[in-house]
Design a protein around this ligand. Sequence first.
Ligand SMILES: *Cc1c(COP(=O)(O)O)cnc(C)c1O
Length: 227
Amino acid sequence: MTSISERLQAVRTRIHEAESSAGRTAGSVSLLAVSKAHPAAMLREAFAAGQTMFGENYLQEALAKQEELAGLAIEWHFIGPIQSNKTQPIAQHFDWVHSVDRLKIAQRLSAARLAGQAPLNVCLQLNVSLEDSKSGVTLAELPELAHAIQALPGLRLRGLMAIPAPVTDFDKQRRQFAIVRQAYEDLKKQGLALDTLSIGMSEDFPAAIAEGATIVRVGSAIFGPRN
Ligand SMILES: *Cc1c(COP(=O)(O)O)cnc(C)c1O
């Protein structure tokens, strides 16, 4: 069986290869290890292998792991759906939130961030799928939401996140990510100081890197399958 440290190394190698074939600077893509459904011991193992950014989807599960791993210098990212009654603990216990898609949620996160904390880093989740079941803001609603969120004092708007429908073909993957990249470039042209494109998961992160990803969110390729 392959260890977490070996799988992490293999993912890092593939990230470097994708950076290089896209003509991008080595180290311009950060790896977010998505650890949902895996025990704290596995995060500890990844941390020991040099991984410091971890992504979690479920608040209660994340808080329990944070308590178990208190003392490790982990940067915690919340990447799951946000219920409005959970905004306070999310705002106070995470460094980043990738899944903001409504102004009301953003306002609550901003208000809940503590005075002694740096503003919470947020990405807006863009819906690039045609299925209306998927969460995320639509392309049409994005500019207004981005400008409103940029003005909130407790938040620092960093960029966009998206989860396109899974497809296996590299060029099809790229085309979906290109929509997100275009939206990101358009917002920057409108004067927003963004620096983060959070796209790409285990099955499609090389295509996301070819389209400009600055954070890839990788779970199963590091930790194995989830139950
Ligand atoms: C679970 C999850 C991931 C990681 O998915 P893998 O396919 O296991 O790499 C990335 N982003 C989000 C938002 C997720 O929920």
